[in-house]
Design a protein around this ligand. Sequence first.
Ligand code: SAM
Length: 236
Amino acid sequence: MRLMRLTREFRDQFSQQEMRTHGRKNGFVTTGQQARMLKWLPKIGLSKDKTLADAQLPDGAPIVMEIGFGNGDFLVHLAQLHPDWLLLGVEIYLPGVAKAMGRLEDAGLIEQCRITQLPAQFVLTRQVQAGQLDGVFINHPDPWPKAKHHKRRIIQKDFAELLVSRLKPGGFIKLASDKADLAEWMRDILDITPGLSNVAGVGGFIDRDADRIETKFEQRGNKAGRISQFLHYIKD
Ligand SMILES: C[S@@+](CC[C@H](N)C(=O)[O-])C[C@H]1O[C@@H](n2cnc3c(N)ncnc32)[C@H](O)[C@@H]1O
């Protein structure tokens, strides 16, 4: 009964038909996770009727977004490392959102975050203003390896331009991938996106940040013998 209630409520507030996205959205959420979501979403959920400006942001806090946070391990890491940042976490997979909210609550970090299950494309277009973000992280986005599915990859020309428009001058985009062809795909698009500079120089990758944790998908790549690559861009 409660599962149905949460699911319906959640769907109403966090689902949208306007922008087509790919990837799984629904899955099992435990009763305990539902209770936490019902407790926290009214406070820190960025539902589709709100913009980031309505989300009771602390004055002057840098706003940093993570797109596709998965189970939330990197979001917790960022919140611990940067207690002064306001973190906007965006993830379309409901069980990921549930897991991340549990982790953030357990770590006492949830009030530092705004969370949504809406897709990044919707959030950036409708809910974030131009020049509002200090930074964006995208870790191990879905690779969509088949050539006919490359158009589903999140980094595309238009999406890159949207990201740049939402950043403040001097703001950053940091990306990681354990799939070499996807890392090169993202680099090749971002390198020619107007208004962005590749910190490693055109065609380059940066070294792994020493203070970075390994996300679930980085660990998965390591186990399979793949080497992750990292990108860092600054808005001019
Ligand atoms: C391969 S997983 C990586 C998860 C995590 N970042 C990590 O490194 O372990 C990619 C994640 O991006 C999410 N995702 C895909 N498209 C998205 C979109 N348009 N907006 C937000 N999240 C998205 C997926 O649901 C998935 O959880």
